[in-house]
Design a protein around this ligand. Structure first.
Ligand SMILES: C[S@@+](CC[C@H](N)C(=O)[O-])C[C@H]1O[C@@H](n2cnc3c(N)ncnc32)[C@H](O)[C@@H]1O
Length: 190
């Protein structure tokens, strides 16, 4: 597991995420939903994994940028929205460093369950918190990352079966290290 520098290595982290998802699902997904697409670090690679991809974000400026970027690609749709306004059915829903931005995690997971196709996957790439130096120093975010065991327990407590937890990289920002991991999960069927 390597060290990725936040200032220079964001694309490398997106690539590592793409490779981790692809390793467990080497076929095309029919439909992918990227929640909190931001500046599209993950989407740049992840679009190769889907026949169709929808990017959503609550920031209008982010959405405008992504609409411009993907304007010639008919497989990619971009919407200014939270997941709660979304309909349809997705084979893969992913959050690349965006799940800690979501305030009401239980409501989010409930909506994800309703949008996932049968055997659909929820993949979350998150960071472990560092209590001495929160990753978001000046912006206010609802969560300062999650320990992977904590996030696994949240998923399991909200109707998901955790299939894999994988350490992806160490992210270094301003000399402080944050563990980055990927959790792959499915809706629990009893
Ligand atoms: C750090 S960025 C994530 C990085 C991004 N996934 C990428 O690949 O570049 C977090 C993004 O989540 C968005 N966001 C925050 N709360 C959200 C929510 N409830 N639903 C969707 N997007 C949200 C923010 O506007 C921000 O653009």
């Amino acid at each position: 597991m390597g060290i990725v520098n936040w200032a220079t290595g964001q694309q490398a982290l997106g690539q590592l995420f793409y490779e981790a998802v692809k390793a467990h699902h080497p076929f095309l997904y029919r439909s992918i939903l990227d929640v909190g697409c931001g500046y599209g670090i993950a989407a740049a690679c992840m679009c190769a994994l889907g026949e169709r991809m929808t990017l959503i974000d609550v920031s209008q400026s982010v959405v405008d940028g992504q609409r411009h970027r993907w304007r010639h690609n008919r497989q990619v749709a971009v919407a200014c929205s939270t997941i709660h306004s979304m309909g349809g059915s997705y084979d893969l829903i992913y959050y690349f460093l965006s799940f800690h931005h979501v305030a009401d995690i239980m409501a989010e997971l409930s909506k994800i369950r309703s949008l996932l196709a049968q055997d659909g996957e929820l993949v979350i790439c998150e960071m472990s918190p560092n209590c001495e130096a929160p990753f978001h120093q000046n912006d206010i975010v609802p969560h300062d990352g999650f320990a992977s065991g904590h996030l696994s327990a949240i998923l399991q407590g909200n109707g998901f079966r955790v299939a894999q937890v994988e350490e992806l990289a160490t992210l270094r920002k301003d000399g402080v290290d944050y563990g980055i991991y990927v959790i792959r999960s499915f809706v629990e069927t009893l």
